[in-house]
Design a protein around this ligand. Sequence first.
Ligand SMILES: CC(C)(COP(=O)(O)OP(=O)(O)OC[C@H]1O[C@@H](n2cnc3c(N)ncnc32)[C@H](O)[C@@H]1OP(=O)(O)O)[C@@H](O)C(=O)NCCC(=O)NCCS
Length: 211
Amino acid sequence: MSTFAPAGLTPPYVLRTARLVVRCLEPADASQRKEAVDSSGEHLDEMFPRTPEGIPLEVHAAHVRKMRGSFDLDQDRGYGTFELETGRMLGETGLLKRAGLGALEISYWFRRDAVGRGLATEMASAMVKTAFEFDKVKRLDLMCLPENERSAAMARRLGFTFEGRLRDRQLAPHHTRADLLCFTLLDSEYPRTPASQLQLEAYDFLGRRIG
Ligand SMILES: CC(C)(COP(=O)(O)OP(=O)(O)OC[C@H]1O[C@@H](n2cnc3c(N)ncnc32)[C@H](O)[C@@H]1OP(=O)(O)O)[C@@H](O)C(=O)NCCC(=O)NCCS
């Protein structure tokens, strides 16, 4: 089933789909990240609480640095997503370790003016494919707030199954404590998902093609 080269190489640092480049972040991405978040207004309130002057560039730079550090240490892997044609930053996606043994949790956000064209789904599909075919997870989790209908719709579009409403959860210090909807996708179910059919190129830390 796997389209990735045998284990032993680094995780994919760069992924390419038909319309996107999904890659490990670089310092210069901090200003693009600020522009993407500032221009998205209330659309991203759940992930980036707004202030009148916007989140300072230094805070974005600190996030990029933390995400990069974690990526290089084989901990959580957060990827920036860029339009293939223009290089414009569209959003972020990631594979988080907090799901436990043999499992990862997918995360994502997309800038407001780029949603609704299937690009966020293409980005998330690249993560799903990477999780099952490179990381070889047994299960991929997806969590969202009960009122986040777009995210729940994304989970269903990707082939995840709704497991239940987890009560009074807080998965990270910066999250608000709240109920969460839990969706999961198992490795036995993955071959029947659209993500398994995604055309995806993957490159390792040295830029070598691994998938
Ligand atoms: C969650 C989020 C990424 C979902 O975005 P989205 O717009 O639903 O996803 P897409 O951009 O892939 O667009 C999907 C829509 O485009 C349509 N579409 C158009 N062309 C398409 C194509 N080529 N392929 C797939 N879908 C396509 C789909 O039918 C779908 O339409 P629908 O919304 O009427 O069902 C986005 O709403 C977001 O960033 N929200 C804020 C952050 C957030 O909540 N993150 C998740 C926290 S848990």
